[in-house]
Design a protein around this ligand. Sequence first.
Ligand code: ACO
Length: 319
Amino acid sequence: MKAGVIGIGAALPEEIVTNADLVKHLDTSDEWIVRRTGIRERRLLNGSRTLADLASEACTMALKDAGREAKDIDRVMVCSLTPDRMMPGLAPAVAQQIGCDLAGAVDLNAACAGFLYALDQAAALVESGRANLVVVCGAEALSRITDHSDRGTAILFADGAGAVVVAAADIEHGLSTFELRSDGRHSDLLYAEIDERLLRMEGREVYRHAVARMVEATEAALQRASITTEDVDVFVAHQANARIIEAAARRLGVPEEKVVINVDTVANTSSASIPIALWQAEREGRLKSGHVVAMATFGAGFAWGAGIMSWKEHARVSA
Ligand code: ACO
């Protein structure tokens, strides 16, 4: 048996903040933001809902999509660097809200790389037989740790949640190979201090590392899966900046039409960005059962990685 993704969901806050809204209080322009990042608007949690509410909405949608019930879940993993409280983490509240409050529930923080780290762990739990059904959710309210007066970062970050359901299935590939890496020597290029609680970033340096490391990790994951870029149907990278994604895709040799970019409307939602992009790609008909998906991510730590999966392969097997 292999572990595969069998359901997906996402939830975005209602409040939309456009570049034009930011220009009212920041020394920037719509033209600069679009040209340097590709971002046009972002969604922000405005206090009417908690992040646990948003994460629960995404998980409930993913469970419904998977055709499974909450009582069957035995692990809930929520990745976040911006939980509602310093403790407890989000996962127990999410498990309770979605109706599986007796399931094991744990938070995982690997910054923007959290979702791929958690997905790898979910696959290991399922394939080793330690769990049957695992929900993996990336949920972030980065607006909580954004310095809204710093034009270098205030334009980039946003809030949202995305979730997948991972289960064992009699499939060929499923969640195939993951390459996960870190290098703590660069922690001062992207961080938020405990006291200040604001995200600080050396944008240009992070950019340079992001492209190179995501390309290396994706190449390694492809090689370990014994496939090449030509076998990839869809490339979903962490949605930090359209230029980073395009540069990585170019170096990998992935053609434009296979690259998913939704940073224009959701901006950078850290660990939620990959599941939200997968959800959107499927809704737009770009992601279909059996498609080979290459995922890549990079963030604070530095922690980064890549993963190869066959999308909802169980649907093909049972069809
Ligand atoms: N509007 C107008 N000008 C700006 C703005 C802005 N919003 N922000 C910066 N500038 C100015 C700078 O002050 C600088 O001016 P100067 O040359 O007079 O000093 C100039 O624009 C160039 O600044 P750079 O920082 O070099 O601009 P760059 O093209 O690198 O773009 C950006 C900045 C968008 C932050 C980019 O570096 C980036 O995306 N970095 C990587 C972010 C990333 O990958 N994060 C991933 C992990 S983080 C996470 O996901 C939580």
